[in-house]
Write a protein that binds this ligand. Sequence first.
Ligand SMILES: [Zn+2]
Length: 447
Amino acid sequence: MTSQDSAKTEEHPSAEDEVVRICQDLIGFDTSNYGDGSGPGERKAAEYVMGELTEVGLDPVLLESEPGRASVLVRIEGEDSERGGLAVHGHLDVVPANADDWQVDPFGAEIKDGCVWGRGAVDMKDMDAMILACVRELARSGRKPPRDLVIGFLADEEAGGVKGSHWLVDNHADQFEGVTEAISEVGGYSVTFDGKQGQQRAYLLQTAEKGIAWLRLRAHGRAGHGSVPNDDNAVVHLAQAIARINQHVWPREYIASVRQLLDGLSDLTGASYTDDELGPLLENLGGAKGFVEGTLRDTSNFTMLDAGYKHNVIPQSASASLDCRFLPGHEDDLMTTIRELAGEHVDVEVVHRDIALDAPFDAPLVEKMKSALLAEDPAAAVLPYCLSGGTDNKALKRLGITGYGFAPLQLPADLDFAPMFHGIDERVPLDSLRFGARVLGKFLADC
Ligand SMILES: [Zn+2]
């Protein structure tokens, strides 16, 4: 498809017209994912998505990994099906919200101060709404995208995609046949800072993701009476292992996307940095600083402890949960280091692991993302970055699909966006959603 006029007609609303309403509708479905299977699941939201897609003549499928854990997929044929297809996907589940902490009902989807408020407003029912609105506009227009699109609304991302993306890849890989690239969440949003030429906006496009290693350290010792001296105490072995791992300083290493981000920020602001000392460079990113700080090295954080059952009984084992995140190419080194530091009395079990991703910034698809953004915001810069967390793109990589984070949002300079992921009072500006729908529409017309 070449450049086309907007599909907005007298009869039909455009993506920009519909995106806010769809975002509100999606937030209204409580799809909390507690990670233990106890939540309501995605089924109701998935049925809603099915309805919105079938209404415009598309033929989606709803696939359940188990009752209530629903994902929706639909393929849209492109002008040139010989080209590799593009997956455009979002997840329907959200992390839980404690309503008492919020200013508003987390599932009320209230509009207040120019924003839609609610759990999922930024992670990631905003992008789900943008995708759905753009696909509806495309289907109504009768135009074909340049290449095949596989649109996905997936379950269970917030628990590693075991019942969503990974299950789909294991059981319905045919749905992604011919797909070579993908876009999804946590990239394409703007940050604003003082640049050399005055206020400067930059969009952070996610090209890499750290890998995940959730480990359980299990210490073994000699059980016994709490009154008897014991030099083989599992609780002590565990505590020493925790202290050693916590004191370990993981070496800094700037992978290509991190280096390009730092160089880009340095160019735009005139602030210099060295490999050892970044200075105030990352302050320019506002809340997104945290995302980037997590990508300067591998990390290891203890999150849970479990030992003992009575005050006067020395237990024979004790365990701790450790959340490790590694840079692309670092998994083996990280595991070796953790095992060494854990020591002879402590076994290291892998509870959950997933790969790191590293996609090129110098790629035709990235150029398309850039031009869609710059068409709406010509003075902005676009920089790559690595995500410290993970997304469903890890699962799609198992099918050889190269994934990027591109959920375009132009954000007000004073909105501290990044901490809203999984945060309290999650909200997204209406203007940002409309901007995102325009950019995503342009991108899909030219992908
Ligand atoms: Zn997410």
